[in-house]
Design a protein around this ligand. Structure first.
Ligand SMILES: NC(=O)c1ccc[n+]([C@@H]2O[C@H](COP(=O)([O-])OP(=O)(O)OC[C@H]3O[C@@H](n4cnc5c(N)ncnc54)[C@H](OP(=O)(O)O)[C@@H]3O)[C@@H](O)[C@H]2O)c1
Length: 280
């Protein structure tokens, strides 16, 4: 999802993009990475690959670790060898979610589940392998071609399906297109650090996000069934509140990303064209 948006944005500003799928370059295999780096020359590498099944990670530990931790290190090592910029994406799930305010880079990560744990290890490994690494923690990402709840909610509601919306988990939603632009800006800025990248505003709950989709689309609010996170009995623990804010972006001259409600409007308006693009 984020890779597609990033490719689209970078191409739109005239970058020459080499986009590789897992089939072409599994990041858990150094030989596969080597082949690509020997074939192409990069100014910067933006890593959007990850094992993203948060519940599945609790049992598929090896696959998760290889994509989210050692795979990130592999890429960082090659970026170092070929002296190109390196940006990799991490997650709000590195935090335990007990704090009700906005997590910044001053807060100590304490992941609850295996997915967050591996993502945090990926951060460490990347920074140890290559001091030029830029880590971008983001959260609640949605966008065209996405299969997660936030991305597909509009389609489900449009079909008149009832959805369960959690009212007691909070985060800062992030539109993939806005994240993509920021990833590219950070690659250009080339200032190694951990960045927190989300749409602006106070954040919301899943139910709040779903309510906004209903309001903007004119769907019947009765399609939303409010549920507690606990009631879903999901295998992986998740932070109850993982809202994030960045200490650096604005100080480094980057504009705040649009308010999440404006970003959501843009997603819903652009959705049809983008979904068609994703099917191509
Ligand atoms: N979605 C969110 O809400 C969210 C929140 C916070 C952070 N993030 C982070 O944002 C980034 C992008 O996420 P996304 O939502 O765009 O994920 P996505 O749609 O699930 O895409 C991840 C891609 O990585 C590929 N992949 C998995 N293992 C790989 C490997 N070993 N080598 C190469 N490619 C591999 C997957 O290929 P297959 O499809 O073949 O498996 C998939 O194409 C990830 O770092 C994720 O952890 C996401």
């Amino acid at each position: 999802m984020v890779a597609r948006a990033t490719i689209k944005y970078c191409e739109s500003i005239g970058d020459e993009v080499v986009a590789v799928t897992r089939q072409e370059m599994d990041i858990s295999m150094r030989w596969a990475i080597r082949e690509v780096f020997e074939r192409e020359k990069f100014d910067a590498v933006i890593n959007c690959a990850a094992y993203t099944d948060v519940d599945g990670a609790e049992t598929n530990e090896k696959e998760c670790f290889e994509a989210n931790a050692s795979g990130v290190e592999n890429l960082a090592l090659f970026a170092k060898k070929y002296n190109c910029g390196f940006v990799t994406i991490s997650t709000d799930f590195v935090f335990d979610g007990i704090y009700k305010g906005f997590y910044t880079q001053r807060d100590t990560p304490k992941p609850l589940g295996f997915y967050g744990n591996c993502k945090l290890q990926g951060e460490f490994l990347a920074r140890n392998a290559y001091a030029r690494s830029i880590i971008v923690r983001s959260g609640w990402i949605y966008g065209a071609g996405g299969t997660n709840f936030l991305s597909v909610m509009d389609n489900l509601l449009a079909d008149g399906k009832k959805i369960k919306a959690i009212y007691d988990s909070f985060g800062t939603p992030t539109f993939g297109n806005d994240l993509a632009k920021r990833l590219r800006e950070l690659a250009e800025l080339d200032l190694p650090a951990i960045y927190h990248v989300t749409n602006s505003g106070e954040g919301t709950s899943y139910a709040g996000f779903a309510g906004k989709v209903c309001e903007l689309r004119g769907y019947d609010l009765n399609l939303l069934e409010r549920a507690s996170a606990e009631s879903l009995k999901r295998p992986a623990p998740r932070p109850q509140s993982s809202k994030m804010a960045c200490l650096f972006s604005e100080r480094f001259g980057l504009e705040p990303l649009p308010h999440w409600e404006d970003a959501l409007k843009e997603f819903l308006n652009a959705d049809q064209a983008d979904q068609a693009d994703c099917r191509r």
